[in-house]
Write a protein that binds this ligand. Structure first.
Ligand code: IMP
Ligand code: MG
Length: 173
């Protein structure tokens, strides 16, 4: 059994997404930007974020398997879907649902740094600090949390709850 408690409502999400989109639009104005969503968790966040960004940009997706259906991150990461656009000379913004241990994004950022790209930055809806194991810097954090397991607005537990419009903590009883 698990109990859900709403912690971030739709209005707060919308407001934060607009602020991030404005920063991103200002920072990348005049530059070739590619927003790369990390599937599956980022699909709703990226859908809202990209529609609030006012500068031209491209969108691509990547998929990694590292988590299974558990609530604790595994160390091993597999790339199960790579980007498909030509990223040469472009500025990459990795868009992720949540940074927990940091293992996934640290690994991903390294993969992109090896390509012929201009820059790699990170935007994450949730920057969750408690279990951090790497030095990763989240350039555009949506919400910062100390701990907890979150679902909704793309975030899942065992593939459930992604469709919820707001963000909840899940208490495992
Ligand atoms: P990391 O490699 O430990 O940073 O894990 C990142 C991935 O773990 C995210 O992309 C999520 O899929 C998953 N994850 C970590 N914490 C949560 C959470 O609170 N809710 C849902 N998924 C989570
Ligand atoms: Mg996930």
């Amino acid at each position: 059994m698990s109990k859900k408690k709403r912690i971030i409502n739709q209005e707060s999400i919308q407001e934060r997404v607009s602020t991030l989109a404005k920063q991103i639009s200002d920072d990348y104005r005049g530059k070739p930007l590619v927003m790369v969503g990390v599937l599956n968790g980022a699909f709703i966040f990226l859908a809202d974020l990209c529609r609030a960004v006012t500068i031209p940009h491209e969108i691509d997706f990547i998929r990694v398997a590292s988590y299974g259906s558990d609530s604790a991150s595994s160390e091993k990461i597999n790339l199960t879907k790579d980007t498909e656009l030509d990223l040469t000379g472009k500025h990459i913004l990795l868009v992720e649902d949540i940074v927990d241990s940091g293992t996934t994004l640290t690994w991903l950022a390294e993969q992109f740094a090896e390509k012929q790209v201009e820059s790699v930055r990170i935007c994450a809806l949730i920057d969750k600090k408690e279990r951090r194991k790497t030095e990763i810097h989240v350039d555009y954090p949506g919400f910062t949390m100390e701990s907890g397991f979150l679902v909704g607005y793309g975030l899942d537990y065992a593939e459930q709850h992604r469709h919820l419009a707001e963000i909840y903590t899940l208490d495992f009883l």
